[in-house]
Design a binder for this molecule. Structure first.
Ligand SMILES: *Cc1c(COP(=O)(O)O)cnc(C)c1O
Length: 437
């Protein structure tokens, strides 16, 4: 049925995988093809995908509308530089994005990955204050347990403990961290979280250009869900103390949390927003940073007079075409009922895990389901257990979690949730090798 041959020894000896060692690489599974919500392994096994390939593949694999858009674009204009040139895919996608994101966001910067979109947002915030005559505003505030990418500025605002701060020492710019909000999505704003946040603004607003956070759901850092009221307070404090708000919606954007954008849970508008991951429906890398007229005006009034960034593959037409097709699918609106159904089913089917002595918490928001374990999981053994049960789930730290494609069927989802509940009591925890990826 498939003719692919995976040269595993070569892979082990020569190819880096995410967050792994060349001495002791974690096992990898050869994928020959993928379709709908399934990955087909090299040996013919079919796995129901619980990861959407890290939040990106929201419409499933090989969606005909996405393939067709890319095929057409491939033959017309697959790439051209963006300096001094423009093209229809970039213009039409920007129109779609401006139309669907919060009103205030009217300017689009095309980047090639999420981390770069975060770098761009941080640079924009710094240049904005230069243009407003406050060049001393150079610092960035954030909250603990976040994840914003692996490049240096992005890394600096990741959680200082789970992140890579200690590994890279003084090469990572020190940032201002408020404690991670702890209450949970529907528990409201705790007085403690609120006062810690206000204290940070009071002490540091004069030196702070922006606060960056993942709205409502901290994803890859800690799978932490927090109250929309907290996000609303952040918006108020940013206004009160003259600090820009950067919403990093790279994981949460495009319906994942039950709203098109997670900011909508709190009814707030950020000054800058980063999008990536699901932007192209998981077909190809593309990210954007959107900003308001006010931010763009500040940057353009800065001493430099221009925004200083321009990736080689900026606004790649092939990626823009995939994103346009993905936006068109979202605009049909089926995702709303799909995500709501996934949420309800996960709530029912993951609930039994909360009775297990190995489990600290079970939480579901939108199309994201998490079982938090007492102890760090052994990624290798857990992953093997999942593959044996016919599903693809990639646990990290103390979290078994899924964020399946929106088109998953109830039967496929049950396969995922029952494997999670079974493995939560498996004892595949403890020392093992830590893994982030
Ligand atoms: C994945 C992620 C990033 C980084 O995106 P890459 O495309 O991997 O560089 C940044 N922020 C958030 C919230 C993410 O989930």
């Amino acid at each position: 049925m498939n003719n692919s041959f995976i040269d595993y020894p070569f892979d082990q000896q020569h190819i880096w995988h995410p967050y792994t060692s060349m001495h002791h690489p974690l096992s990898v599974y050869g994928v020959a093809s993928a379709g709908g919500c399934e990955l087909i392994l090299d040996d013919g096994r079919q796995l129901v995908d619980g990861t959407s390939s890290w939040w990106s593949c929201v419409h499933g694999y090989g969606h005909p509308a996405l393939l067709e858009a890319m095929q057409t674009q491939l033959h017309t204009l697959s790439h051209v530089m963006f300096g001094g040139i423009t093209h229809e895919p970039a213009i039409e996608l920007a129109k779609q994005l401006i139309g669907m994101t919060p009103k205030r966001l009217t300017k689009v910067f095309y980047a090639d990955s999420g981390s770069v979109a975060v770098e761009v947002a941080i640079k924009m915030a710094l240049q904005y204050w230069q243009g407003r005559g406050k060049p001393q505003k150079q610092q960035i505030m954030t909250i603990k347990q976040g994840y914003h990418g692996d490049t240096f500025a992005a890394m600096s605002v990741c959680d200082p403990d789970n992140g890579m701060h200690t590994m890279f020492g003084s090469s990572v710019t020190p940032r201002l961290f408020a404690p991670a909000p702890q209450a949970g999505f529907d528990k409201g704003l705790s007085a403690q979280d609120a006062s810690a946040l206000r204290a940070m603004f009071e002490a540091h607003h004069q030196e702070s250009a922006a606060l960056i956070l993942e709205p409502v759901m901290q994803a890859a850092g800690a799978m932490n869900f927090y109250a929309p009221e907290y996000l609303a307070l952040v918006r108020c404090l940013c206004d009160e103390f003259d600090v820009l708000l950067i919403a990093d919606e790279i994981a949460t954007g495009f319906g994942r949390t039950g709203k098109l954008f997670a900011c909508e849970h709190a009814g707030i508008e950020p000054d800058l927003m980063c999008l990536g991951k699901a932007l192209t429906g998981g077909c190809i890398s593309l990210a954007v940073t959107l900003c308001s007229d006010e931010v763009a005006d500040g940057i353009s009034s800065s001493p430099a007079g221009v925004f200083m960034h321009g990736p080689t593959f900026m606004a790649n037409p092939l990626a823009c075409a995939a994103a346009r097709a993905s936006m068109a699918l979202l605009q049909r609106g089926d995702w709303q009922a799909q995500v709501a159904a996934i949420e309800e089913q996960m709530q029912t089917e993951l609930a039994p895990a909360s009775m297990l002595s190995t489990v600290t918490d079970v939480r579901v928001l939108g199309a994201v389901g998490v079982i938090e374990m007492h102890e760090r999981v052994n990624t290798e053994l857990m992953q093997q257990g999942f593959v044996e049960r016919g599903v693809w789930v990639r646990p990290f730290d103390r979290y078994l979690y899924i964020m399946p494609p929106y088109c998953i069927t109830p039967a496929q989802l049950t396969k995922l949730t029952s494997a999670m509940v079974e493995l939560a009591s498996s004892g595949y925890t403890g020392p093992g090798k830590p893994s982030h990826g």
